[in-house]
Write a protein that binds this ligand. Sequence first.
Ligand SMILES: *Cc1c(COP(=O)(O)O)cnc(C)c1O
Length: 385
Amino acid sequence: MLNSLKLSLDQRKVDGLLRQRRLLDSPQAEHIVANNQHFLSFCSNDYLGLANHHDLIATMQSAAQASGVGSGASNLITGHHRYHDNLEKQLAKFVHMPAALLFSTGYMANIGVISALMGRNDAVFADKLNHACLNDGAFLSRAAFHRFPHNDVVALEELLKTSTAKHKLIAADAVFSMDGDMAPLPEYLSLCEKYDAYLYVDDAHGFGVLGEHGQGTLNHFKLKSPRIIMMATLGKAAGVAGAFVAGEQVVIEYLIQKANSYVYSTPAPPALSATLSASVNLIEHGDHLRSHLRTLIAYLKDNLNCRKWQLMPSDTAVQPLVVGGNHEALALSEYLQSCGVLVPAIRPPTVPVGTSRLRISLSAAHSIEDIQKLIKVLHQAETLL
Ligand SMILES: *Cc1c(COP(=O)(O)O)cnc(C)c1O
């Protein structure tokens, strides 16, 4: 086995697919120290610049004083601290859902929810570009698994029409993590009503950023229905860590009993939930941050004029620049790095073959000058590579 692992790693390298970790020596922010160098970073999902916010740091410190650093046991034993409970109630209210449940990461939430709600006689319908953990949740559930072409409502309807599954769940990223575009959620909800299906919305990249006061993509589309279950992560715009699922009371009560990644796992430290409560307050009062972020997005789209590489049609903070080949995307990312600008090259299997790209991720912590620098080095790169 060890020999075949080595061969597989060697092949990855030849294909330009080997991934490497950068060593970060500063807080996560728009200016970071990585591999002992200073960089302007367009890598993180910290869309509102909260990951290093002084108020949140202070809250985490005082909450740790009051509640310690560990949860000690699963939620169903003694780990369900009041800070966790308060945060769940606050999140449910914020997104206008009957109830919410915390998970320690988005990955755990997706595998836990889908595998708990779906079983052998059921079917999951998933966008081809969905995040990997939605797929893993579907595999774990043992339900039939149908993938449809990206955002293709007609193809999805064909699949629903012919399905004989007992329960049906449409699962989609609300904002696609590597493309930045949005799922046609209103159309999906109509299909749910027509074919007696349910809609599972992964709002990892919409929560905190889109909708009224950052309530997320469901609010952006003004969607509300007992057929909707939403998930959002708390390590991206919320700047901390974790995730929550929100939906009907009965769904949340069922998940508390049946979602294995909830039942058999120690929750995050209570201090994290106290910090997240403060973060949700910052999100709710962060219209100025979202408005600045929208200004930056528009500035980049208006002023980046590469002939070789195209920005994808995205209006969100995720602005992918499609390069094509793996080696070419890596070379561009490395050139930017040599200019002190970090933008990750995203390659298969995270994105389809032939669409390797730079994933430019914007944050309210960036300034217009930061975007100008990014544009300048990309224009330089085009003449040099
Ligand atoms: C990041 C992400 C997740 C996983 O969330 P974590 O909290 O990082 O585990 C799930 N879905 C999507 C769409 C994501 O982008």
